[in-house]
Design a protein around this ligand. Sequence first.
Ligand SMILES: NC(=O)CCC(=O)C(=O)O
Length: 297
Amino acid sequence: MAKLLKKPLKLALVQLASGADKTANLANARSKVLEAASKGANVVVLPECFNSPYGVKYFAKYSETLLPSPPSKEQSPSFHALSDMAKEAKAYLVGGSIPEYWAEAKKYYNTNLTFGPDGKLLAMHRKVHLFDIDIPGKITFRESEVLSPGNKVTIVDLPEYGKIAVAICYDVRFPELAMIAARKGAFLLLYPGAFNLTTGKLHWELQARARAMDNQVYVGLCSPARDMKADYNAWGHSMIVDPNAEILAQLEEKEDILYADLDTEKIEETRKSIPIYSQRRFDVYPDISDGKVRYEE
Ligand SMILES: NC(=O)CCC(=O)C(=O)O
């Protein structure tokens, strides 16, 4: 049977320290992406809102226009910076996320752009599940005060490796998205994300390992570095989990790059040992990947 991951792949997650200066953030991202590529990374990932502070009051201020695509450099300096980085690095680049303004609909989104090694845009994912939570005395956050949700599952074909799925942070809490992507053949689920000190401690590792365990695929969560002077303190601890739900590599809180080598045998080995993939009972419950799923915005 054909392997889901066709050839060995080095994955790099850049746990970037970002501040208020977008130009500086883009320059820092470029140097880290090139560093990862120089160490042999084939796929490099940046965190959620990698070019701005993360917070409801920053979304509009830092937003860029992405549609119609490709935008001009004035409309989206980040689009062009990411495309150039991917090309220079000769690597796939999952460009974290940036706040997007869609002028036609007058709406804001939290949006990922993924580029190929030739600098061409491969996919755009607008965060589907907005981070609206209220834990009294701990954290209240309402992305929906400014943002609108995306409407699709994003699966990206990397021709020489296979398929990956990209979603953003809070999206990881919705197993349906991960399960659909895995059942459509993704070998790796990537989530640029920025959990916080409350929910990070509770659920960051659990979510990563749960999505890997349920689906027997690789999972990568890429956080910004923690900045205790910022309004929002990211959890950090970017991690890569294997199809057996074991943590392959994990960072602390500070800026750094995380690497892992993904093995072409591991998914099939795991699925052979614990064969939940062939033991599903779609005569008892429906296959959620088989119904109405949107792949196009
Ligand atoms: N940026 C986010 O979506 C944060 C999600 C989060 O912290 C969570 O607990 O979920």
